[in-house]
Design a protein around this ligand. Structure first.
Ligand SMILES: Nc1ncnc2c1ncn2[C@@H]1O[C@H](COP(=O)(O)OP(=O)(O)O)[C@@H](O)[C@H]1O
Ligand SMILES: [Mg+2]
Length: 274
């Protein structure tokens, strides 16, 4: 076999390329910069965890990547090689607030079908919905209404709805933040399994440093006002990950320590600046 030449990551392998990203808003007190000078890339198929104290600009960053709010003119933000102008194709957002994102008068099946009904009909639509429900283990509950389900199940429906649209990129803003510990860990594992099957790129915001390390291929920490990158590091832990074995590895503990320290340091720096 011919040896393969080592090549740098080509632009085509990047889901996002971000240079000098800043976001300004106007407030009653005048213009305010929310995040400043962010530089990073996200590889296709990667899980990037983003951590940071509350107010560091995590949600703001995600909304820029999702094309919901603009960055400053000098920022360069490319999604799949193209400048972002509105929500990019096949990029989907999943929020923490699952309860208000499901329609109570639609069954689970019809909630999942929501984004597909203009594109697909009949059997084709049903097949896609069933496949997404299978991915999150909810096919048997398909004809129930969302308000009859637990919080974890409702969040699963939201994830199934996103998956049904076959996204290349999932932008997740503290999606498991409001769930109990057991539900949270089982959804983490489901998300990893689905990512393995679909190859989707995932940008996952969390304030839980253990979750960030457990899920991620890399962790990016934001801190300060305006929010800046305070740390980025690789998570070189074997996959598939395991809630007990992975978390007992010395490397996991080392990375969790690093993640925790970067968030705490950012917070201390913030206090000294105030
Ligand atoms: N539209 C806005 N106008 C003014 N301030 C905002 C606006 N959106 C967010 N902020 C402020 O910017 C900071 C970063 O917000 P956010 O991105 O939600 O942080 P995080 O998700 O990390 O908690 C916060 O202090 C927040 O109050
Ligand atoms: Mg937020």
């Amino acid at each position: 076999m011919q040896p393969q030449p080592v090549r740098p990551i080509s632009e085509a392998a990047l889901a996002y390329s971000v240079k000098d990203l800043a976001v300004d808003v106007t407030t009653k007190a005048g213009p305010k910069r929310l995040i400043d000078r962010l530089d990073f890339t996200v590889r296709k198929g990667e899980i990037l965890s983003i951590i940071g104290t509350s107010g560091a600009g995590k949600t703001t960053l995600l909304r820029v990547l999702g094309g919901l709010i603009p960055a400053t003119k000098d920022s360069e933000v490319l999604a799949d090689g193209r400048p972002i102008q509105g929500p990019p194709d096949r990029v989907l957002m999943v929020f923490q607030d699952y309860a208000s994102s499901l329609l109570p008068w639609r069954t689970i099946r019809r909630n999942v079908a929501l984004g597909l009904e203009t594109r697909y009909r009949g059997g084709d639509l049903q097949d896609r919905v069933d496949a997404a429900l299978d991915l999150v283990g909810l096919r048997k509950r398909a004809d129930e209404y969302p308000w009859r389900l637990s919080g974890g199940m409702q969040q699963r429906v939201q994830i199934a709805r996103a998956l049904a649209m076959e996204p290349q990129v999932l932008l997740m803003d503290e999606p498991f933040g409001a769930l109990d510990a057991i539900t949270k860990t089982s959804l983490q594992d489901e998300l990893l399994r689905v990512q393995e099957q679909t190859g989707a790129t995932i940008i996952f915001i969390t304030h839980d440093v253990e979750e960030a390390v457990y899920l991620g291929d890399r962790v990016l920490a934001l801190g300060g006002i305006p929010g800046r990158i305070v740390d980025v590091f690789d998570v070189d832990l074997p996959r598939p990950r395991h809630q007990i074995h992975t978390k007992e590895m010395p490397e996991f503990l080392r990375l969790r320590h690093q993640a925790y320290e970067s968030v705490v340091e950012a917070e201390l720096r913030l206090r000294s600046e105030q």
